[in-house]
Design a protein around this ligand. Structure first.
Ligand SMILES: [Zn+2]
Length: 199
């Protein structure tokens, strides 16, 4: 059974299986320890699928305009990254690839890998490892990190490329919000409970 310390007074409690909507309070000081969020798996999955569609849009529409001496050419995020790399802008290509492609992709993958089987009541190998990986990556998926990545990208890009305001940028912005909502819908106590106790 999972244990959790009260945030106010540090008293350790065991967290039992609770009905949806139930709230567990600290025995000593009455602070809320844990609240069962209704439909958390459905909401997490809904936001994840929304994120997946937005991610596809962000990758397929023009995102960057790369300047050469004569022309300015619009390109998608992925071809933009490879062209930046080809223009000796390796660090910039890595920042854009990491913040705009790899981190959201990893988060979407982990969410789907853990939550589809949970929804279908299936046991799947390595789900606990994937969920732990997800919890470790989570801080790196915060909005500030994305914004920082984009800021660095924009500042560095000003020389060689600019970001094309359009559908891809809108989709990417909405993707960040979808991921944030997906993460905030997660009831990690319930997830661990359903994934099994041996962590
Ligand atoms: Zn307490």
């Amino acid at each position: 059974m999972e244990q959790r310390a009260c945030r106010e007074c540090d008293l350790i409690h065991e967290i039992p299986r609770l009905a949806v909507g139930a709230t567990l309070r600290c025995r000593r000081c009455g602070a809320v320890l844990y609240r069962v969020r209704p439909n958390s798996i459905d909401r997490t999955l809904a936001w994840t699928f929304t994120g997946l569609i937005l991610f596809g849009l962000a990758l397929s529409f023009p995102f960057l305009a790369l300047k050469t001496d004569v022309v300015s050419q619009q390109t998608s995020l992925l071809t933009g990254v490879s062209k930046l790399y080809a223009q000796q802008e390796g660090f910039l290509a890595l920042v854009v690839l990491l913040t705009c492609v790899l981190i959201p992709l990893l988060q979407l993958f982990c969410l789907l890998y853990v939550f589809i089987p949970l929804k279908l009541n299936l046991r799947i190998r390595h789900a606990r490892h994937v969920f732990r990986l997800f919890l470790q990556v989570k801080p790196w998926g915060m909005i500030e990190i994305y914004l920082l990545g984009i800021l660095v990208a924009v500042v560095k890009l000003a020389k060689t490329a600019t970001i094309v305001p359009g559908l891809a940028v809108l989709a990417f912005g909405l993707l960040v919000f979808s991921l944030t909502f997906a993460i905030s819908s997660i009831d990690d106590h319930r997830v661990w409970d359903q994934l099994g106790d041996d962590r």
